[in-house]
Write a protein that binds this ligand. Structure first.
Ligand code: HEM
Length: 501
């Protein structure tokens, strides 16, 4: 097979506008083909939507993408309903894509989410904003949420949540009277994730790991799950239409977001009130929300909108990644022991100092990357390109929606040798990692919660590996299903056994 050189081709037009050249262009090895020749299913969008629906595409989007790459090769065009996109799979092509994302990178708009905000007249937060509005908010949020310096503040808060989770599991084990706890862990992990993100955002504990849980908090978790579940059926049908028809999916979606916003509003009100009552500035780290309020650089409405989105984005994403990590470690007891040995050594060498321990657990960090390779939260990363590019010898004009198939890339043997094997050590080698670890996205629009999520997941694994052996039912094999994010298609029952005593 010949190798096509990938390059960008942009011409400045009059007035500095960028536009594509209509003439056929040449790379080193071949002629550049026009956009209209990209292989794929894009000529009959209605028939495609019908077939997609017949294949249960809403649940199988990730597998259909793999199938399409197998059929058409490393680039294909697709039109389903009103979505028209070019799909790519190679890391080198991802590099070209992200170079063309412009100053204000734009992802695929999640229409049901913006439709809800428009319907309820609520402001967009950083997740949904665009243009200069997004950038000016994001720059301020970056300093308080993702900058390496602020991460240090999160560690003690997250460590405390990790310790409480371990204490809760020990309690469950002792109550069972069988020296083990067998359970479908996902609800516990949701609580851990919300407790963690709540601690970082509000500097306060929500109390979700106690025996009695505030019913509002449980309702909030249920609403997030429902919000994701009801989003995917509305991706290909205009939410406005479903709203006019009074369809139950739209109604459920609205109820779910209402629940999310109400709970976030309550938390935000509490912090706001206590900040106004305290005359002196806080002595210890007060949490992201208080810092943003004290900083006074964003309007209260903007702060509320983004903090709500951080809360909503911070639960299922990390809890499901942890669930998959435990699943993979339960499948490979020897690997679990290797990770445990690394953790025990790092803890001993750093006398329990969590900040230092986190610098010495490369295999644990590799495990999280490996989980996101095989079970990415996002099926694809998307950008509307702001300039013409050439990928795989095809010309793609500015304005096109280009998607990098993250799930498909993670399982492509040309990108990852023996992709079916879960091997955290593959991330330790000096092998080419160029544009391969993209679970949190890339560039200025990458995941804002990345540092919170990484620290939270690493601390969780440290505590769990130090304290428990994780097993699962021997024959249980889980696959991913698409509910806007990828989630396991069946409950996974784990058995946790104490390592000591
Ligand atoms: C395993 C955990 C997580 C994964 C894999 C993940 C993944 C992602 C991905 C792929 C994106 C899109 C990035 C892009 O387009 O380049 C994203 C965006 C985002 N994530 Fe996460 N995420 C995780 C956890 C979190 C957490 C814990 C929070 C909040 C505390 C969060 C908040 C956000 C926000 C606000 C955005 C939108 C940023 C923007 O548009 O500027 N995420 N995430």
């Amino acid at each position: 097979m010949s190798h096509w050189r990938v390059c960008r081709c942009v011409r400045e037009g009059p007035l500095g506008a960028r536009h594509s050249s209509s003439v056929v262009q040449h790379t080193e090895s071949s002629v550049v083909r026009p956009f209209s020749e990209i292989p794929g299913l894009w000529k009959n969008s209605v028939a495609n939507l019908y077939n997609f629906w017949k294949q249960d595409g809403f649940k199988n989007l990730h597998r259909i993408m793999v199938q399409n790459f197998n059929t058409f090769g490393p680039i294909y065009r697709e039109k389903i309903g009103y979505y028209d996109s070019v799909n790519i799979i190679k890391p080198e092509d991802a590099a070209v894509l992200f170079k063309a994302e412009g100053h204000y990178p734009r992802r695929l708009n999640v229409e049901p989410w913006t439709a809800y905000r428009d319907y309820r007249n609520r402001k967009y937060g950083v997740l949904l904003k665009s243009g200069e509005d997004w950038r000016s908010n994001r720059v301020i949020l970056n300093k308080e949420v993702i900058a390496p310096k602020v991460q240090e503040n999160f560690i003690p808060l997250l460590d405390e949540v990790g310790e409480d989770f371990v204490a809760r599991v020990h309690k469950k084990i002792s109550r069972s009277g069988q020296n083990k706890w067998t359970t479908e862990l996902s609800h516990e992990l949701f609580k851990y994730a919300l407790e963690s993100v709540g601690a970082v955002l509000y500097g306060e504990r929500l109390g979700l790991l106690l025996d009695y849980i505030d019913p509002d908090a449980q309702h909030f978790i249920d609403c997030i799950t429902r919000m994701f579940k009801t989003t995917s059926p509305m991706l290909y049908v205009p939410p406005g239409l479903l709203r006019r028809l009074g369809h139950h999916v739209w109604k459920d979606h609205v109820e779910a977001w209402d629940g999310i916003f109400n709970q976030a509003d309550r938390c935000i009100q509490n912090i706001y009130r206590s900040l106004r009552q305290d005359a002196a500035p806080p002595q210890t780290y007060p949490g992201v929300l208080a810092r943003l309020l004290l900083l006074d650089k964003l309007s209260i409405e903007d702060i509320k909108a983004s903090v709500t989105e951080l809360m909503a984005g911070g639960v299922d994403t990390t809890s499901i990644t942890l669930l998959w990590t435990l699943y993979e470690l339960a499948r490979q007891p020897n690997l679990q022991e290797e990770l445990r040995a690394e953790v025990v050594q790092a803890r001993a060498e750093n006398q329990g100092n969590m900040q230092e321990t986190l610098k010495h657990i490369p295999l644990v960090k590799g495990a999280i990357k490996e989980t996101l390779r095989l079970h990415p939260v996002a099926v694809s990363l998307q950008r509307y390109i702001t300039e013409d590019i050439i990928i795989q010898k095809y010309h793609i004009p500015a304005g096109t929606l280009v998607q990098l198939g993250l799930f498909a890339m993670g399982r492509d043997p040309k990108v990852f040798p023996r992709p079916e094997q879960y091997q955290p050590s593959r991330w330790l080698r000096t092998e080419n990692q160029y544009f391969r670890s993209l679970g949190f996205g890339f560039g200025p629009r990458q995941c804002l919660g990345r540092r919170i999520a990484e620290t939270e997941m690493q601390i969780f694994l440290i505590h769990m590996l130090e304290n428990f052996k994780v097993e699962k039912q021997r024959h249980l094999e889980a696959q991913s299903t698409f509910e806007l994010i990828l989630v396991p298609d069946k409950p996974i029952v784990f058995t946790l056994r104490p390592l000591h005593g």
